[in-house]
Design a protein around this ligand. Structure first.
Ligand SMILES: [Fe+2]
Length: 250
């Protein structure tokens, strides 16, 4: 039986140390049939992998990235070398234009971008059934630091989902009769957002949508990142950052 772990933002190399072999002790017991899920701000698809011309033929490298193209390979190799399979949703701090030029494939009932053989981007509005567990994923979030960022170099407008992606989520949840086991998002719905300091986090089209889902969806547990805090907000919502939580069915 597969094991599932989930953690919060990794931000490329910056916050990935929590998953090194010393800090993530379970690593030695795992295989590629076990999964670590990163709840957004993965940050390893930023400048591009070393074979970007082959893997992403439609990608236009932003001028500010030209001297750094290929630099993502180190962290992607690192994840690929792990005993587990890495699954991530996108956060706000991702190069969405790059992510969206990876080929899309079907995997366990939902759509993914396969970044490396065992490093997969779980796309927005998808439901995956993995070893009997159903996961609904909805990446994206609004950045609270836009003023310090440069469009198409360190910030991408696709950080918030399109109407089409929201409709995809509605359609896919409908196909599963609005019942899943686990919800994985980067930001959260409005009612959970209200538990945080909202001077920095405002509601937006995505938090509104996630709140709608809250009211309708049957689920066991909702995990999200984005707020850079580890906190169990109530019996069904956990904000994650540094914690690595194993998902165990009761
Ligand atoms: Fe983050």
């Amino acid at each position: 039986m597969s094991r599932f772990f989930i953690t919060g933002d990794t931000h490329g190399e910056i916050d990935a140390k929590k998953l090194n072999n010393k800090n993530f002790c379970e690593h030695s017991e795992l295989t590629k049939d076990d999964y670590v899920i990163i709840a957004g701000d993965f940050g390893c698809c930023w400048y591009g992998d070393k074979n970007i011309e082959i893997t992403n033929p439609g990608y236009e490298v932003p001028p500010r990235h030209r001297t750094r193209v290929g630099k993502d390979y180190y962290m992607l190799d690192w994840y690929q070398s792990k005993n587990f399979t890495t699954l991530f949703i996108d956060g706000n701090h991702e190069n969405h234009k790059l992510l969206n030029t990876y080929p899309v494939e079907e995997w366990n009932g939902g759509l993914v971008h396969r970044i490396r053989p065992t490093v997969l981007h779980l796309m927005r509005g998808q439901v995956y059934t993995i070893d009997g567990k159903k996961f609904f994923t909805m990446g994206g979030a609004k950045s609270s630091d836009i003023e310090r960022r440069t469009p198409d170099a360190s910030w991408w407008e696709e950080e918030l989902p399109s109407e089409k992606e929201i409709q995809t989520a509605i359609d896919n949840l409908g196909k599963h009769n609005w019942k899943v086991d686990y919800v994985i998002t980067h930001c959260c719905g409005n009612s959970m957002l209200n538990k945080f300091d909202t001077r920095h986090y405002k509601t937006d089209v995505l938090t509104d949508f996630l709140e709608e889902i809250e009211q309708k969806l049957d689920y066991k547990m909702w995990y999200f990142g984005h707020h850079h805090i580890d906190e169990q907000l109530d019996d069904k919502h956990k904000a994650l950052y540094r914690d690595i939580v194993e998902i165990i069915d009761e």
